[in-house]
Design a protein around this ligand. Structure first.
Ligand SMILES: [Zn+2]
Length: 235
């Protein structure tokens, strides 16, 4: 059976690494990887397909090289740059779903809005220190704005500042991959929110419902104007 699924992966870091590795064993036909970072020494412990030889190289290039070896049948294209409002619509075009593993909230909201406007599922996650979450938004389920309302206007710590524990992003990336596999199988895990508390060893699932005043779900947000994503937390 030939798959026509095309996945857009935003971020090839701690979350993206396990997702990309597991994606190589899926029925996905093509993956587009977007990232603007180069490999640093502090990345090696949690970005599992990187080695010391990759230091200083763009993460997108490393991901492509790794996927070529792990899964020659998989089509891979890379975009070395950020996922930003002016290119978001074009980047999402032709993709069946988007998986987001960015390290800042502004990009998470942009992915959520762009996926909803494109009417495709978004599988998202975030982690800080020992805690994190992963979830899936479908075009007709709750969205990220139902969950978090909006980008915090106060300064908040990014995961780069607060640090993130390697195994925690490994767990959350694995959960994102599991949500993706379920979507590919025709399941509809929209609104499922997985919380992982690494120190307590607790994994919990809850459901998020649509907020009646959510600007994205009510159709108030109809475009991706840049100022909406200009958050002080963007790293
Ligand atoms: Zn919503």
């Amino acid at each position: 059976m030939t798959s026509r699924h095309r996945v857009l992966m935003v971020g090839a870091g701690g979350l993206g690494s396990p997702v990309l590795r597991l994606l190589a064993d899926s029925t996905v036909e093509h993956v587009t990887v977007v990232d603007d970072d180069v490999v640093e020494e502090s990345n090696l412990h949690r970005q599992t397909f990187l080695t010391e030889r990759d230091l200083g190289r763009p993460k997108t290039e490393c991901a492509k090289e790794h996927l070529r070896k792990a899964c020659p049948r998989l089509g891979v294209s890379i975009v070395e740059g950020r996922f930003i409002p002016s290119t978001a619509v074009e980047l999402l075009d032709g993709h069946t779903l988007v998986i987001e593993g960015a390290d800042n909230l502004a990009t998470k909201f942009l992915v959520a809005d762009a996926a909803r406007l494109a009417e495709i599922p978004a599988v998202q996650a975030g982690a800080i220190r020992w805690n994190g979450w992963a979830w899936c938004a479908l075009p007709d389920s709750a969205c990220l704005r139902c969950l978090f309302e909006d980008i915090p206007r106060d300064r908040v710590e990014t995961c780069a500042e607060a640090g993130v524990v390697g195994p925690v992003v490994g767990v959350l990336g694995g959960l994102q991959a599991a949500l993706m596999f379920r979507l590919l199988e025709g399941d509809r895990p929209g609104g499922e929110l997985w919380h992982y508390h690494g120190l307590e060893g607790v994994l919990r699932k809850t459901w998020v419902r649509r907020r009646s005043d959510c600007p994205l779900c009510t159709g108030e947000i109809r475009d991706l104007r840049t100022e909406r994503y200009a958050a002080p937390c963007a790293a």
